[in-house]
Structure formats: C-alpha cells, structure tokens
Write a protein that binds this ligand. Sequence first.
Ligand SMILES: [Fe+2]
Ligand SMILES: [Fe+2]
Length: 263
Amino acid sequence: MIRRGLNLVRDPAQRAALSPVVETIAEVVFERWLSGRTAEDNRAEHEFVVFGAAMRIAEAERLPLAGKLVVVCATFLHDTYPIPRVTETAIRETMRRDPELAARLQEKKARQRLEHMLGGARNARLLLRELEHPLRRGEPIVTGEVRERCAAIIAAHDLWKLGKPHPAASDPEALVCFEADALWPLHPLGVLADLERPGESGDPRDVNDPAEWRKQIRHNLETLREYRKNWEADGEVFQDPESVFRTAEGYRLYRGWAGLWGL
Ligand SMILES: [Fe+2]
Ligand SMILES: [Fe+2]
C-alpha cells in the first residue's frame, strides 16, 4: 500500500525524498500504535488507506515536497491517541429519553475528541523529534517546520466532527488530510471497521449479512453529508451541493466509493 501510494507521485526526485520518510514513519507507527489496535478503535489499515487517498489528492493539488511531507506525517500520526467513542446515534437515541443526559453526552464527546486531537499532536511531536532520517544520520527525519505543521494539523483534524468549519480550503495541507480521512467511512475497509465495532449494544454486526453493510454505508454517507452545514456561513466552494469535498480529486474518489455501493 505504501509503494502504490508513493508511485502516484510523478516527480522522481519528490518520490525519492518521500520514500525513506514514509517507510520509516509507517513502520514505527505500526509497531508502536496500530498493531495493538482494538476493534473498538479502528482497523490497522486506516492510515494506509488514508495515505493512498492523500497522495492522490496531494498530487492532483500539486502540493510541493514540504507539503507532501506534512501530509505523510499527519496521515500516519493523526489517530495515535484512541478515545472511547460517543456516537451521534447514541446522542440522538438518548435525546428521546433524557435530553439532559444527551447534552452531557455531547459535552463528553467534544471533550474526548479534543483529548484525541491533542494527544495525537503530542505523540507526533515526540516521535518526529525522536526519529533520525534513515539516509542522513544525525539529522531529524523531517525539519522542525514540517513537524510543527503536522502537529498543528493533528491538533485540529477532527474539529469538523464537532461542527466547526474546519479546515478551510485556504490551508491545502489540512484540506488534503481532511478529505483523505473523510473518505474512510465509504471505503470497504472503513465500512468493515464500523461493522466490527461493538457499538452501544456490545455486539459487532454480522458481516455476512448484506443488509448490515447496506445499512452501515447509507448511515456513513448520510453522516458525512450532514457535516456540510459546518461550512454554510464560510463561503467555501464545494464540488457539489451536498458533499464536504472541495478538491476535484477528493470528490472523484468520493463519487467512486459512493458509486461502488450504488449510492
Ligand atoms: Fe481522528
Ligand atoms: Fe483518521
């Protein structure tokens, strides 16, 4: 998956500069965090799938090498600080029985998301300081500037899930990371991750039941579209009237994955 993602970068010099950085970071992140993931959190493929989408979008948007390095680091390090999930479904269901409890759940969701983002940013800073460039001994794997840009993106990467109009298209690196990550719940492995998550009832769903897949993908697509209203007041230019995608390539992938499910 790493090789395929890198092959999308057309400029051989960029590819040669990205390759040792991606390989080193992916390996360390996998060993330290992803390999021990639980079904409650996410599938270990998440970062690798997001990386493939991010390289497609970054290349189409012509991000320079430094921008692509920021995207690579953020892609592999953004979800290293897991939190117990409070889902919108849980909040909606509680709302019917106990609006006060629902409000507390909403607050808890926001608190945990912030913790998840700040914890991830901290992990990214520490790791990028610690790692040495594999081909240039004694030098850090990325510059301090790339490290700080990456940490800043991670510290805000899920703000959109809290209803904030973030990121803006004026921040192309954050935009690439956002669109690549937002595609995950439409990707077959992302849908599978949702089906495998125990959820409120405590049971994962039956992955042999096509109806469960249909229900989950419809839910994921609807949820993703609901976030479009975050940016309503901001004058951002989107690719269509209902999705959250602003880049042409992010939108192309979005249509492709939604189309795969017949939606
Ligand atoms: Fe996240
Ligand atoms: Fe993610």
